[in-house]
Design a protein around this ligand. Sequence first.
Ligand code: SAH
Length: 284
Amino acid sequence: MSYYEFTIRISDTFKDTLIQRLSENGCLGMIENDKSLVAYFPSALDIETIKCDLSLLKTLLEKAGHVHELTYDYTLIPEKDWNETWKKGFQPVDAGERFTILPPWEERRNDRINLVIDPGMAFGTGHHETTRSCLVLMEKYAPNTVRDSFLDLGTGTGILAIAARKLGYRHVIGIDTDHLAVDAARKNVVINQVPDVELREGSLYELQETFEVIAANLISGVLILIAPALSAHMRPGGVAILSGILDGQEDEVLEAMEQTGLRLREKYPDGKWVSLVVERGGKA
Ligand code: SAH
């Protein structure tokens, strides 16, 4: 199979809208750089549909007074060059005090907790601020817990579940509604030699267990919707790390959490994102 590589330059404000539209149009994977977003599509897709949608978005932005906010070009990558192209996008990246996230073809670091992530087609390569914020907060809160149970809600590549196991949590579950994410996460737990991390396809509503720590790197709208279920799956004294919240939306998310009886422990901003740590009252 060969692929189309689209390099799209768009201002930060509209990046999330773009990412959503690209996904809906069959995008297989994206790499976010400082200046552009690189998106891959199978060549079997009708390229005109993708171009049409980008033009439509550009026109909408221009009509709203945002001229020159979106430019793009694209190229066809033959199958034989695909792996090399994909690999170049994934350089090792450090997160928190001790984590290094690296793809399987890079050498492991002896002095770090290595999170080896084969990106596959799932979200969670460590190149996104929200993933890194979760890792920072997980590392920070781990010493305050007995490290019994951890839930990674919306596990993507499995990165946070793997990190939790490596931080010493005994029972770790990663769950995702997307079966492709669960497949990717299954491969990653094997590569990281943490096969006891349990992975499930589904949503929070299907889980019976309660947890000491929950990490949920989703989006504000979903966090608000699931607030009651999230709270019900937290143990007394437990914490939830909530990420994927755009700066300015944190109050709405917090309000939904507070309505279920949770309390704010910490706000952690990173660029245009904010993560929240909330806790459930009571003795652990
Ligand atoms: N935990 C990873 C990936 C976050 S991306 C990281 O921090 O990098 C968010 C993931 O949540 C996606 O894989 C998506 O499929 C999944 N998801 C979205 N809504 C969900 C829901 N309601 N329940 C479970 N998973 C969900």
